[in-house]
Write a protein that binds this ligand. Structure first.
Ligand code: SAM
Length: 238
């Protein structure tokens, strides 16, 4: 793994204090001492060459040597609403969506949804975003929004340039993903729960202008459908 660590709050000085899990990783897993060189990122889009200046039992001080903007984002902004699966499958999904460049994940509350994220579980998922970003080199964090009801999410994406909900029997996905949007254009995508979206939920989405799209003849698990949508939505990356 690259020697990358997440600094929070955003870096605004030549010296940075690292605490918490990032300090633990650097001090007790990597056994860093003064002089150890690392890369820091703070979610702002930049990364920083830094060197460990001093260590204590559970925190370090690092000196910033160089700041550079390194953009590894997609060529469009994807917000993805997902009726989350249970347990460890959430963490796995968050890791993959971070790697794939999704900008925002919105946990959706749907009629047949099984998982109801708590503040604590959302914090754990946000930590998974940091871990995945350390590994994959992303300098902006995928945002994990507060859970939204299906109706509210549909209303919240009304300005998105493209809005699709994965639903078996919809229009084949390949017909929809064209290269005519820019990074400033948001694409809103949704995946239903394991039990599927109800007719009522689909009718509401369609009435509000969302397009139902089909992802093939096999029924995919929530994670597979979400990853497929993220890849389709982001595949025109330059
Ligand atoms: N029996 C459910 C149904 O017919 O909707 C299956 C639900 S599937 C396990 C979970 C979610 O993944 C669905 O709500 C849908 O958003 C998405 N999905 C799975 N397979 C799909 C496919 N082949 N085409 C479109 N969406 C799919």
């Amino acid at each position: 793994m690259t020697d990358r660590y997440f600094a929070w709050p955003p870096i605004a000085a030549d010296t940075v204090r690292l605490t918490g899990p990032e300090a633990h990783h650097l001090l007790h897993v990597m056994r860093a001492r003064a002089g150890h060189e690392v890369t820091l990122f703070d979610g702002s889009g930049a990364e920083f060459d830094a060197v460990v200046a001093a260590t204590r039992r559970s925190e370090l001080t690092l000196e910033i040597r160089r700041r550079r903007v390194v953009d590894r984002e997609l060529s469009r902004t994807i917000t993805l609403g997902v009726a989350l699966p249970k347990g460890d499958r959430q963490k796995w999904l968050v890791e993959k969506l971070t790697e794939l460049g999704v900008a925002e994940l919105v946990p959706l509350a749907t009629q047949r949804g099984v998982a109801q994220p708590t503040d604590k579980s959302l914090e754990r998922l946000r930590r998974s975003v940091v871990e995945a970003s350390k590994q994959c080199g992303r300098n902006r964090l995928m945002q994990i929004a507060q859970p939204q009801a299906w109706n509210d999410w549909i209303a919240s994406v009304s300005d998105a340039v493209d809005r699709y909900v994965a639903h078996p029997g919809g229009v084949p996905a390949a017909e929809f993903f064209h290269g005519n949007t820019s990074r400033t254009a948001t694409i809103a995508l949704a995946v239903g729960p394991e039990g599927g979206l109800t007719d009522e939920e689909i009718e509401l989405a369609v009435a509000q202008g969302l397009q139902t799209i089909d992802l093939g003849q096999r029924i995919l698990r929530v994670e597979t459908a979400a990853i497929t949508l993220a890849v389709l939505g982001g595949n025109l990356e330059s």
